[in-house]
Design a protein around this ligand. Structure first.
Ligand code: ZN
Ligand code: ZN
Length: 345
């Protein structure tokens, strides 16, 4: 089969590799679409990432059709449309037993320890099949839309940690794919006013289209006074950092109201550190939370939200490329030209 093989920083090669043969508890999936994640981009550019091997096949945001099943697999059949939650928890560690399987001490994932889906086919390993990581797709969503369930599940986990309530004012820093999903989730959760700050004009226009009450260009407008104006000088209830720029961490502390919540959703580049006026956290009783990956149940809910039209998945996928145009696909994904870029094998 054809696969994009990651052979080192900036080396993504289209190769002919052996078609995986599913073991007795495994499933072979014909990939219909695999989206490029910000993490794939960072890996491609050389960021050392736990679990990523060289050479290996990346890609963890995907959906497809069952091509073959192992003899022990009863729940899935050839031709079934499936999506896969790529993070495979161990089910037995402290975190798995306490509702935090997304930060499982022994977690593995497709596109990391296991071969991913930037390929014609992907083999779903036994721990994922037996562990309930594979989902039948609702009939009214396309395979491409289903590929968005993984990043959406991570955003849902961020909301789980931040708890947007009816009437909240929410500020989202960054209107990339993650910021746009947080926007749609915040609106669905009952936020009364969502402000998105984003320097790119095209992305601001999309945020407006997706329901942002106010889009702000941080290069020419004063986000702080805009937030204070709509909150009677108090500040926002919740801030989502949807872009990993260290200076924004301190900005967030001045945008949030006393007792409010900041979610450090985006990861920073390894080694990046933010200087924080920690007295703001202390005196203002600010809650700070992070988000890492997603639980299997977040994935199930994400599929459901897409199926019910709460998140405009098809509008989020703006570019599509075949495997042999991967270079162009990664270039577009790394620019601000589109939102989500799909590889269609
Ligand atoms: Zn991802
Ligand atoms: Zn575990």
């Amino acid at each position: 089969m054809k696969a994009l093989v990651f052979e080192g920083p900036n080396e993504l090669k289209l190769r002919d590799v052996p078609l995986p043969e599913p073991g007795e508890d495994e499933i072979l999936v014909k990939v219909a679409a695999c989206l490029i994640c910000g993490t794939d981009l960072r890996i491609f550019r050389g960021a050392k990432t736990r679990g990523v091997r060289i050479p290996s096949i990346l890609g963890h945001e995907f959906a497809g059709v069952v091509e073959a099943t192992g003899v022990n697999v009863k729940e899935f059949h050839v031709g079934d449309r499936v999506g896969v939650a790529p993070v495979i928890p161990c089910h037995t560690c402290f975190y798995c037993k306490n509702g935090l399987e997304n930060v499982c001490a022994n977690r593995t994932a497709l596109g990391y320890e296991y071969e991913g889906a930037f390929a014609e086919y992907v083999c779903i390993p036994a721990p994922a099949v037996k562990g309930g990581n594979v989902y039948h797709l609702p009939s009214n969503i396309s395979l491409e839309e289903a590929a968005l369930a993984e990043p959406l599940a991570c955003c849902l986990n961020g909301h789980h940690n931040s708890k947007v309530k009816l009437g909240d004012v929410v500020v989202i820093l960054g209107a990339g794919p993650i910021g746009l999903m947080h926007l749609q989730l915040a609106k669905s959760s009952g936020a009364s006013y969502v402000i998105i700050s984003e320097p790119n004009e095209h992305r601001r226009a999309i945020a407006k289209e997706f329901g942002a009450d106010r889009v702000v260009d941080p290069q020419t407008e004063d986000l702080n006074s805009i937030v204070k104006n709509v909150t009677d000088g108090l500040g926002a209830d919740i801030i989502f950092l949807a872009i990993g720029i260290p200076a924004l961490a301190q900005d967030a502390l001045t945008l949030v109201k006393k007792g409010g919540t900041i979610n450090f959703f985006a990861g920073f580049s390894v080694g990046d550190k933010a200087a924080l006026d920690v007295n703001l956290i202390h005196y203002n009783e600010i809650k700070i939370t992070g988000t890492s990956a997603a639980r299997r149940d977040d994935y199930r809910k994400a599929l459901d939200l897409i199926a019910k039209g709460k998140v405009k998945a098809s509008k989020m996928i703006t570019h599509r490329f075949p495997l042999d145009k991967a270079e162009e696909a990664f270039r577009i994904a790394g620019s601000s030209q589109g939102i989500k870029v799909a590889i269609i094998p």
